[in-house]
Design a protein around this ligand. Structure first.
Ligand code: GUN
Length: 291
């Protein structure tokens, strides 16, 4: 079994970006600028947005963090997005999800200028992705494709089983893995909460992408010998022995599954850092397209 080290692969991507940004600065050109909106103070969202801002600093991007109160009205949030849409200095906008219940994700995503939608969630960008046209690909599936590419994982002709059908991960992941690209060219099965006998599908998989948000859902009896296992899950579980009070659990029971795999991602240190590296790449691309 070998580890798909997302921390290492992400660092390689960030190192390249850092050089590109230094070059832009040396030429007196515009530096990429990411604006992140965080509504409320969900602990996990705070951590993710913090990591995104930190990554911007690392590669030399500008970043702006817009913090808004949990009780902000949807209209006020939409106003904030419109301000960023029209700010010529801002290249990328992301609104950290989940949002409070009184705010519609759909309205918010639709309000972001598709040319600044570095999360790739706007229906216009999802449409481009579906057609295999250049666009902003959602950061987590994009990061997973970059990880497969980094480790030269053979995907053509393989059977990939994606567990989960979210707009953020499962659906775009199934599109990318089945695209006529490298990595890609997989035969893809999407399993979800209403799938009968998920185990039978997983056992046929050469590649499993677990993205359902249920800690340790994928167990050793569900995995074929030699499979590649990508774990997107990252759930906080209470653990009084930890300083933070919690530990992170993936959707895969790592200790029992790992011995059966050819390659597997750890949690943390697998998909998470790749998501951030992909977001940085999208932001750089947005800046290049505008300038
Ligand atoms: N919440 C969980 N993943 C993501 C992501 O990739 N982007 C945003 N904006 N919110 C998220």
């Amino acid at each position: 079994m070998q580890i798909l080290d997302g921390k290492k692969a992400a660092q390689a991507i960030k190192d390249e970006l850092k050089i590109d940004v230094a070059q832009l600065a040396a030429e007196g050109k515009k530096i990429p600028h990411l604006a992140a909106i965080l509504v409320g103070n969900n602990g996990a969202s705070e951590t993710y947005v913090g990591a995104k801002v930190k990554a911007c600093e690392e590669v030399g991007f500008r970043s702006t963090l817009v913090r808004l109160d949990e009780n902000i009205s949807e209209n006020k949030l939409l106003d904030e997005i419109r301000l960023l849409n029209t700010d010529p200095d801002v290249d990328g906008i992301l609104v950290q999800l989940p949002l409070p219940k009184h705010i519609s994700d759909e309205e918010v995503i639709n309000a972001i200028d598709p040319d600044k939608d570095v999360d790739g969630f706007h229906p216009v960008n999802v449409g481009y992705m579906l057609q295999g046209l250049p666009t902003f690909v959602p950061a987590t599936p994009h990061g997973i494709m970059l990880l497969l590419q980094h480790y030269k994982i053979e995907t053509a002709g393989k059977h990939a089983v994606v567990v989960g059908r979210s707009n953020i991960v499962g659906r775009p992941m199934s599109v990318l893995l089945s695209s006529n690209t490298n990595p890609g060219n997989c035969t893809v099965t999407v399993c979800h909460s209403k799938t009968n006998n998920i185990k039978e599908f997983c056992l046929q998989a050469d590649i499993i992408v677990a993205a359902l948000g249920k800690p340790e859902f994928v167990t050793a009896d569900m995995v074929k010998e030699g499979a590649v296992v990508i774990d997107v899950g990252i759930t906080r579980m209470e653990d009084p022995t930890k300083k933070s009070g919690f530990k992170l659990k993936g959707d895969v029971e790592f200790d029992t599954v790992a011995p059966k795999c050819s390659w597997i991602t750890p949690v943390p240190g697998g998909v998470g850092p790749m998501t951030i590296a992909a977001l940085m790449k999208n932001t750089y691309k947005s800046c290049m397209q505008k300038n």
